[in-house]
Design a protein around this ligand. Structure first.
Ligand code: AKB
Length: 319
């Protein structure tokens, strides 16, 4: 029997930390949904009945539009992006991918009437922003090129929503902790690396100071947040720039202590590098009450639950 394709979703950055988990979850959710997983490098070995892989550099608007037309895409989860630490090393790439890539997505959304998810970040905030209970609407003067692209991206999303009625939705994601695909080039990467080193080497040299406290979220919560935001009624979405969203905030030392409850011999020393200044410019605790009010956001994983689940999955993965 032929399957009726109910929806066609394009995921950009599908081999990245969030993209790879999102693709898995989307494939599970509705067997009638056709998923086009795309990234700059081909990865066709994960193809199945409801999933095809396409090579796509989001800065190439012609290729993007060809894929949209060919498959009849109606929704884009735009996860392709350059993170904060990598962005400082390659500003040109960061600007090109994060700004021109997003503009191509929004133009395509305007032309083909697509629904879009586009992640923003806590990196939109800077040292002049209140660090605790950072409000939804506040000063956004980032000190990184990544943060600048994210503020600009938020404004672009809001502009396309208000001027052209594009149904674009966004979250200011905190550091995301996950066991499937490691992050690459972020400042919050220490909170993932530490688990791998704890399991394989029993020690870790952390690139931020022990008291560095940042907002974080477990991947399962992040995927839930993205899907719930996208499933919410359009009228519930009051913010078209990007929603503050968070789950927990903890310091590097608190993370170490929680891991030591499971692995008492684990040790961590600290050698802060250029990423310390980036972390210091970001909020410690985010106020995400607007997301909780507008579309019912609730997180499930606190620090003990994250650590227990991470170590459980990594011990299976790493053997
Ligand atoms: C990064 O560290 O760059 C990202 C982010 C918080 O946006 N994880």
């Amino acid at each position: 029997m032929d399957t009726i394709v109910a929806k066609t979703i394009l995921v950009t950055g599908a081999t990245g930390q969030i993209g790879s988990d999102l693709v898995k979850e989307l494939s599970k959710q509705d067997k009638n949904t056709q998923i086009i997983a795309s990234s700059r490098q081909a990865n066709s070995n994960l193809e199945n009945e409801s999933l095809v892989y396409q090579v796509l550099d989001v800065t190439d608007s012609q290729r993007l539009q060809e894929i949209i037309k060919w498959y009849g895409v109606d929704t884009i989860y735009h996860l392709a992006g350059i993170l904060s630490a990598k962005g400082e090393r390659d500003r040109e790439l960061c600007w090109n991918v994060n700004i021109n890539g997003l503009k191509n997505i929004l133009e395509a959304a305007r032309t083909y009437h697509l629904k879009v998810f586009s992640p923003s970040s806590i990196a939109v905030f800077g040292t002049n922003t209140p660090k605790f209970k950072t409000p939804q609407i506040t000063i956004k003067e980032p000190s990184t090129i990544y943060g600048i692209t994210k503020v600009t991206g938020e404004l672009l999303c809001q502009y396309y929503a208000h001027q052209f009625g594009v149904d674009v939705r966004s979250l200011r994601l905190p550091g995301i902790i996950s066991y499937n695909t490691p992050p690459g080039g972020g400042t919050t990467d220490f909170a993932v690396e530490i688990f791998y080193r704890a399991m394989t080497q029993g020690s870790y040299t952390c690139f931020v100071r022990p008291e560095t406290r940042l907002p974080m979220m477990y991947m399962l919560d992040a995927i839930k947040a993205i899907l719930e935001l996208m499933q919410a009624k359009s009228t519930a979405i009051k913010i078209r720039s990007s929603y503050n969203i968070t789950a927990v905030s903890f310091s590097a030392a608190e993370l170490v202590a929680e891991i030591q409850k499971h692995l008492p011999d684990f040790t961590c020393d600290y050698q802060p590098d250029f990423r310390q200044a980036i972390a210091d410019s970001w909020p410690s605790v985010i106020d995400d009450s607007q997301a909780r009010i507008d579309w019912g956001w609730q997180h499930s994983y606190d620090l003990p639950a994250i650590v227990a689940d991470m170590l459980g999955h990594l011990s299976l993965k790493l053997g």
